[in-house]
Design a protein around this ligand. Structure first.
Ligand code: ZN
Length: 152
């Protein structure tokens, strides 16, 4: 990296333009920045805040009938131009893709249920005639007891 010869503020190593060039040109700096960004977005509180912000933004957008119609039209276009193509349909129906979709759907639908207890949860809801809220409360209660037992 060539040193900056431009006028710069007191104590600074480089002028603004050279500083940006330095930061974007250096692989180490780029890697560290990427790692910091990933670490930030992996924090549970950041994930939750982002999810909530997206939910509010979507709810706000869906108040506008023109936006609803625009999205509906986008969906129709997607189906017409892409999703109905025979090669895409074949891919969509392949067992591997169905399996991945199923796993993803389960992870979303049961995101509040610890992965190790999803089987028990489904057992409660499907065959013990417990409603989802009660089943969730039971499972989370058991889970907390397990954690407490492990900690003790
Ligand atoms: Zn400079």
């Amino acid at each position: 990296m060539t040193e900056c010869t431009h006028p710069r503020s007191k104590g600074a190593k480089r002028c603004r333009a050279c500083q940006f060039a330095h930061m974007t040109g250096d692989r180490d700096i780029a890697a560290r920045r990427l790692a910091a960004i990933k670490a930030h977005h992996a924090k549970p509180e950041v994930k939750l805040a982002n999810r909530e912000r997206m939910r509010l933004m979507t709810a706000d957008k869906m108040q506008d009938p023109a936006e609803v119609e625009r999205r509906r039209e986008h969906g129709r276009r997607q189906y017409r131009d892409f999703l109905s193509r025979p090669d895409v349909v074949a891919k969509t129906l392949s067992p591997e893709v169905r399996k991945r979709a199923s796993e993803k759907r389960t992870a979303t639908m049961l995101r509040d249920i610890p992965a190790s207890m999803r089987g028990e949860y489904l057992e409660l809801v499907r065959s013990k005639n417990v409603n989802a809220a009660e089943a969730k409360a039971i499972i989370l209660d058991q889970w907390k007891k397990q954690i407490a037992a492990r900690a003790a």
